[in-house]
Design a protein around this ligand. Structure first.
Ligand SMILES: [Zn+2]
Length: 470
């Protein structure tokens, strides 16, 4: 349907001619021929077609632009089915426009339909896609902020490639595409949707104000966009890319009231369950946690990236379930890690809340050797926190001795108690000479820890500290 990509200059023009000779009322071909002929300098053809379009009373945002193009006042460049207008002196934008189109098309494994990308320096313009002319989508992008331009471009291009007609789903598709230009994928778990998912799907047509109302009334546009992206990522993970694309096509065909049923049939679970799983709670229902496995995954990922916030969210989600032995164990690990990480980043925090919580969970851990090691790690970690906070040398000495006792006990109970090894070696590395400093012992511990890929980064960081001191 999109016709051939270009290699010859006049290829798209020939293609439009062919379609129009088949069907003189093919408006899509007529509109595109205005662009295709202007691209290769055939302004007469362009102007004649534009006149026909005007005579047919076609209107829309693209009309004034087409008038300028066929009059030769605005130049444009074509790449396959993509027509690009860049401000004078900014030819790099043509390349950027085409590159991003190609990348997003390959991300979603889609053909690029005919589109006109208009980079404008008009600061009153908004980034948007309009399809009010047949056959061609018009993408308008402001070029004031060039660093953020690739992300915004990726977002709008995704809107051209895939379109369900439902705003929540379409914004999700666009937000997921932004990850191509390095946008961090946000985990929106724990933030309930402002209105139930079902309602966003049934009442969220593009012309309906539901989506915009939420954004304007609550100033939480980013949360809603992030949540839409999270939802689409979930659909892709469960249905595969092919399944997601088929679903989007089918959503575009059915009446909005049928969208929830369609999604439930494809996913094989109720939307309420999906909503609880992704956003912590269905809007208007009591909070429920996501699965222990997922929480454990979030913790492991955070340990690699060093981010504290996701772990705090995991701790909050786990706390009510601490009587469950597995939850208690994960909670203990998260707490130990968060204390250690907070100290390592030099933040001055008092750990009173942690102390209370640790005391509570220590009692609910089943008595195994691994858990005794974990309990020693927790006690040791708290002593490290106290050591960091202590103001006088006497207090520091006491906390250091107690921290070492607990952490040594943890390491001797289990060699796999890597949090303890890390805490202990940081004492050996950071303590003053003659007051607990022991590079040899630190190196021994760290070399064991570094063998576990999950902890390698932190172990390497401490090992490099030893090198700079020596
Ligand atoms: Zn959008």
């Amino acid at each position: 349907m999109n016709g051939p990509a270009n290699s010859r200059e006049s290829e798209r023009l020939d293609y439009c001619n062919l379609r129009l000779s088949d069907d003189p009322y093919d408006l899509g071909a007529l509109v595109e021929r205005v662009l295709a002929s202007a691209c290769i300098g055939q302004l007469e053809t362009s102007a004649k077609d534009f006149k026909d379009i005007k005579r047919l009373n076609l209107s829309g945002m693209a009309i004034p632009l087409l008038r300028e193009i066929c009059a030769g006042r605005i130049g444009l460049v074509r790449h396959g089915t993509v027509y690009i207008i860049a401000p004078e002196g900014m030819p790099d934008l043509v390349k950027l426009g085409w590159q991003r189109c190609a990348e997003i098309a390959s991300f979603y494994d889609c053909a690029i339909p005919p589109c006109l990308i208009h980079f404008t320096q008009d600061l009153t313009a908004c980034d948007l896609v309009v399809r009010d002319l047949p056959g061609i989508a018009l993408v308008t992008l402001r070029v004031d902020d060039l660093t953020d331009l690739p992300r915004r471009l990726d977002h709008e291009i995704a809107h051209i490639l895939l379109m369900s007609g439902n705003r929540f789903l379409d914004e999700g598709l666009a937000v997921l595409a932004e990850t191509c230009s390095g946008r961090q994928k946000h985990v929106a778990y724990g933030t309930p949707l402002p209105i139930p998912l079902r309602e966003l799907l049934v009442r969220g047509e593009h012309c309906s104000p539901v989506f915009d109302d939420i954004i304007q009334s609550s100033h939480r546009d980013h949360a809603l966009y992030d949540q839409a992206g999270t939802f689409i990522a979930h659909l892709r993970d469960h249905l595969g890319l092919g399944g997601l694309k088929t679903l989007i096509e089918d959503v575009a065909r059915v009446a909005p009231v049928m969208i929830p049923h369609l999604l439930e049939a494809r996913l094989g679970v109720s939307l309420d369950a999906v909503e609880r799983r992704l956003f912590g709670a269905a809007a208007g229902t009591p909070n429920q946690v996501i699965s222990l496995d997922e929480l454990a995954q979030i913790y492991r990922r955070a340990r690699v990236t060093g981010e504290i916030e996701p772990v705090t969210a995991v701790i909050t989600a786990l706390e009510p379930h601490r009587s469950n032995a597995q939850a208690a164990e994960l909670l203990a690990r998260c707490l130990a890690w968060r204390v250690g990480r907070t100290i390592a980043t030099g933040r001055d925090v008092d750990f009173k809340a942690e102390e209370g919580l640790i005391a509570k969970i220590a009692g609910s851990l089943p008595s195994t050797t691994a858990n005794r090691a974990l309990a020693e790690t927790l006690s040791g970690t708290l002593q490290v926190a106290a050591l960091v906070r202590a103001r006088d040398p006497f207090g520091k000495a006491i906390h250091m001795r107690q921290a070492r006792q607990h952490l040594e006990a943890a390491v001797s109970l289990s060699e796999a108690e890597h949090e303890a090894s890390l805490a202990l070696s940081s004492i050996f590395v950071l303590a003053p000479k003659g007051f607990g400093q022991d590079f040899r012992r630190a190196r021994e511990l760290l070399e064991t820890v570094a063998r576990s890929p999950d902890y390698r980064a932190e172990a390497d960081m401490l090992l490099s500290k030893i090198k700079t001191y020596v």
